[in-house]
Ligand binder design. Structure first.
Ligand SMILES: *Cc1c(COP(=O)(O)O)cnc(C)c1O
Length: 419
């Protein structure tokens, strides 16, 4: 088959930072994506946990269409009906007290905002973050991102001298790290990029306790766990604590770029007017999409669906008899399967089998299906995974390759040392 001209063009002109797959996706609906040749895929990536309501949800589509024909751009200094309505609906579902919101366009911008508001909100500038944590790619957010490969190419430009990294889950390390110089502790309740690791109750509750004792903020990064993904509207609801701030993005507007830092009035009121901003933040198009998304999430009870379907999927995944699986873990429909070997060959084989998944650390296959995925589609995903675990054998393939190469080398050596 000749390579698609779309793929050619994208490979030619892309910056090169992405590890591109070999298929060109042109359309989506619900949990299904189609490539340019018409092949269907069950999408357990949804833009890395973005399309929680499914691709092209009719209500979100309608809201975008209507808003596009009404008003798409407006400075945040000018109030707007859709923005006001979105903020009202959003703060209604957020934990009590988080009723002030800074609007931006992505997760990394939400983290930037969190960092700045935490500094002005407390008059302190040190932070505590977690090993394996992921906070985004801007230089400011990278300071909280632990994985060295994301930071090292930029050397000293990533200034994280003000960040103490603790072992995720270690309440004692956390307690020791928080001082009266700490502006905020920033944590995910389920580490996403770090391998799909749900925190224990004690860890998150200790984070709340120690920050309260020392006058620091607790900021929960809900960029991946928010909007129903884990079986509650927000992941932190599983832990019975109320944070001082929450970063939001990904699923908030059903696929349209959006980000937010939600916080208490005490934090918001200490930022000087003009101390932060965003040109596109709070634009009416994203607000209309966000409003429709929140309504769909609530009306279709998608958080409950994620809880029930997540339990169903994890049970089926745990029933797979494969010596290659180390652990199945997750919360709601945020699921990771840690293998005893690299996950990449299995992710590629799953794609060939019509199931899109993503890695989370080199060993984990991560499943982030839309919350509207059907049980039948879950069955298909699990069956495909079981098949590729059985049939794909990268180790044997590598060994065969090695044997072939060595066979040649031995032949050459045999000429010198016969017998
Ligand atoms: C995706 C993600 C981010 C970064 O969001 P972007 O929109 O990609 O900038 C930050 N934190 C967490 C937990 C994420 O999953």
């Amino acid at each position: 088959m000749t390579q698609s001209r779309w793929l050619d063009a994208e490979l030619r002109h892309d910056s090169g930072v992405f590890n591109k797959h070999g298929v060109v996706i042109t359309r989506g609906q619900g949990a299904t994506l189609w490539d340019e040749r018409g092949k269907a895929y069950i999408d357990c990536v949804v833009g890395a946990g973005v399309a929680n309501v499914g691709h092209a949800h009719p209500e979100v589509v309608k809201a975008i269409q209507e808003q596009a024909a009404t008003l798409t751009v407006l400075a945040q200094t000018l109030p707007n009906d859709k923005r006001a309505e979105f903020l009202t609906e959003l703060t209604r579902v957020l934990p009590t007290g988080l009723d002030r919101v800074f609007l931006c366009n992505s997760g990394t911008e939400a983290m930037e905002a969190a960092r700045k508001f935490a500094i002005t909100g407390t008059g302190r500038s040190r932070f505590v973050a977690a090993k394996r944590g992921f906070a985004g790619r801007s230089l400011g957010a990278l300071a909280f991102t632990w994985e060295p490969k994301y930071r090292e190419p930029f050397g000293d430009a990533v200034d994280n001298r003000h960040v103490d990294f603790i072992t995720y889950g270690n309440a004692e390390e956390l307690r020791a790290a928080v001082t009266d110089e700490t502006a905020a502790v920033i944590l995910e309740v389920v580490q996403g990029e770090g391998g799909v690791r749900p925190a224990t109750l004690e860890f998150i509750q200790e984070a709340r306790r120690v920050t309260q004792e020392r006058g620091a903020l607790l900021i929960i990064d809900e960029i991946q766990t928010g909007f129903g993904r884990t079986g509650k509207m927000f992941g932190v609801e599983h832990y019975g604590v109320i944070p001082d701030g929450m970063t939001l993005a990904k699923a908030m507007a059903g696929g349209v770029p959006v980000g937010a830092f939600a916080m208490t009035a005490a934090v918001a009121d200490r930022m000087p007017a003009g101390g932060h901003g965003s040109t596109f933040g709070g634009n009416p198009l994203a607000m209309a999409a966000g409003l429709a998304t929140l309504r769909v999430l609530k009306r279709e009870n998608l958080a409950d669906q994620a809880r029930e379907k997540g339990a169903y999927m994890m049970e089926k995944l745990r029933a797979i008899q494969s010596p290659k699986i180390r652990e199945v873990r997750g919360l709601g429909l945020m699921i990771g399967v840690e293998l005893k070997e690299k996950s990449a060959p299995y992710i590629t084989a799953l794609e060939d089998a019509g199931v899109l998944t993503l890695a989370a650390t080199p060993l984990v296959v991560r499943f982030l299906p839309p919350l509207v995925i059907t049980h039948e589609q879950i069955d298909q995903v699990v069956a495909a995974f079981e098949r590729v675990l059985r049939d794909v054998n990268p180790r044997a393939e590598r060994q065969a390759e090695l044997a072939r190469a060595q066979g040649g080398a031995q032949g050459a050596a045999g000429d010198v040392q016969p017998g």
